[in-house]
Write a protein that binds this ligand. Structure first.
Ligand code: UDX
Length: 422
């Protein structure tokens, strides 16, 4: 199939590259010409394992353009993968969705084939029906589900393993109203041999929010239990290993520590809370999930202060990305931790294998080390904030380590070691 992918962030890049690998022709549509040029040479504008390989080996099936109208006219499917960032009150900013929808609608007006628009951007239930469809119909002067198809198809990929997740997904969710669109999407995803759950558009949108809300709840729950365990001298990882053997519960997403960051979980939970409030429901569990997550990184500061006065001391930070295998620092736990350290007048020395460049624009004033061991050598104490694999080979002997992500080598070899929830 000929497919347009609008948006060249994580979702767009991974979706487009993986669909190209399944044999489809992809038009990546973006605004940043530099990034588009990079894609053309087989290189990804974002850091994500395996993505460069896919772009390189499918180069002949991949085109890039800044002209959305033209891409829509030349293709049969259009995936909307633009960002839906949070506004200050937690609600979703739909500016980019509106903008691209207007252009798509406009070019649908002069398109004679049955074009399908698929909303992959995370949008609150009702957005596709109340916002996207009316704009498309107004601009194209055509009727949805009759003259063109529309679907919701949320994305469940995890950064750092996004390509793997695409090809090994647990399920594909499609929200559709018409048989023709359903058949084409089922055909598109058939090669992945994952269960396809087909439902209404707004249910599909809600599945995405509910999945992320549940994952975030699991993490905050693990952290709350972990805080209790720490006080009682119990290792919460052992507890969750035992708890997770119950198949109703399972072991995943029970890694206690300093909480969740990233571009999705914090944003989506806050959006759901804001939406709930607008509907007259203040979601108590979700409020607590966020409150626990905000407090969790501060446990590292409390723990380090139990061992030393940090005023004027060199404090090392290992890991700046919100999780390993990504350069993404959005909502990284390193941000509140470093802010708190600076407030206490500590001198911060940080290292991350790939996220330092992004972090430098946020914190230009702190020191950045060339390698992880340099952080250890230069610091009175070290805080492990991201669980990069390479940190498991460091020499922690003689060091004071506060661990937010459970580094077993540090636990076994550091002179003074404190885990946040163990
Ligand atoms: C998440 C969802 O997992 C994914 O399905 C959705 O499409 C997008 O949001 P992502 O944010 O990329 O994916 O990464 P994820 O692996 O979920 O981690 C999110 C944060 O939670 C990270 O900061 C991670 O360190 C933290 N986390 C995760 C924990 O603290 N404990 C865990 O057990 C799991």
């Amino acid at each position: 199939m000929q497919i347009s992918v609008i948006g060249i962030g994580y979702v767009g890049m991974v979706t487009g590259a993986c669909l190209a690998d399944l044999g489809h022709s992809i038009f990546f549509v973006g605004r940043d010409q530099k990034k588009l040029n990079k894609i053309k040479t087989g290189k990804s504008p974002i850091f994500e394992p395996q993505l460069d390989n896919l772009l390189e080996r499918n180069k002949n099936r991949i085109k890039t353009t800044a002209d959305l109208s033209d891409a829509v006219k030349k293709t049969e499917l259009t995936f909307i993968c633009v960002g839906t960032p949070s506004q200050s009150d937690g609600s979703v900013d739909l500016q980019q969705v509106k903008e691209v929808t207007r252009t798509i609608g406009n070019s649908l007006g002069s398109d004679n084939k049955y074009h399908i628009i698929i909303v992959k951007s995370t949008v609150l239930p009702g957005t596709t029906e109340k916002l996207v469809i009316p704009i498309l119909e107004k601009e194209s002067k055509k009727k949805s589900f009759l003259d063109f198809g529309i679907a919701s198809n949320p994305e469940f990929l995890k950064e750092g393993s996004a390509v793997y997740d695409f090809f090994h997904t647990d399920r594909i969710v499609i929200g559709v109203n018409d048989q023709k669109t359903r058949e084409i999407l089922v055909q598109l995803y058939q090669p992945l041999s994952a269960p396809i759950y087909s439902t209404t558009i707004r249910t599909s949108e809600m599945i995405k929010y509910t999945s992320n809300a549940f994952l975030a709840t699991k993490i905050s729950f693990a952290n709350e239990i972990g805080n209790l365990c720490k006080k009682m001298g119990i290792d919460s990882y052992d507890v969750f290993e035992g708890v997770g053997l119950d198949t109703r519960i399972n072991t995943h997403f029970f890694r206690s520590g300093i909480g969740f960051g990233g571009s999705c979980l914090p944003k989506d939970i806050k959006a759901l809370i804001a939406h709930g409030r607008a509907l007259g429901i203040d979601p108590q569990i979700l409020n607590a999930v966020i409150a626990t997550n905000d407090e969790q990184p501060m446990k590292m500061i409390d723990l380090i202060k139990q061992h030393m006065d940090i005023n004027g001391r060199n404090i090392g930070i290992l890991g700046l990305a919100f999780k390993p295998d990504t350069d993404d620092i959005r909502e990284s736990r390193a941000i509140p931790i470093i802010k708190a350290l600076l407030k206490e007048k500590a001198n911060v020395i940080a290292f991350d294998p790939v996220a330092m460049k992004n972090f430098q624009s946020l914190f230009p004033g702190i020191r950045y080390a060339n390698k992880a061991q340099d952080v250890l050598n230069a610091s009175a104490a070290v805080l492990i904030v991201t669980e990069w694999k390479e940190f498991e080979n460091l020499d922690f002997r003689g060091k004071t380590v506060i661990d937010g992500r459970r580094n077993l080598k540090a636990q076994m070899t550091a002179s003074i070691y404190e885990g946040v929830c163990w």
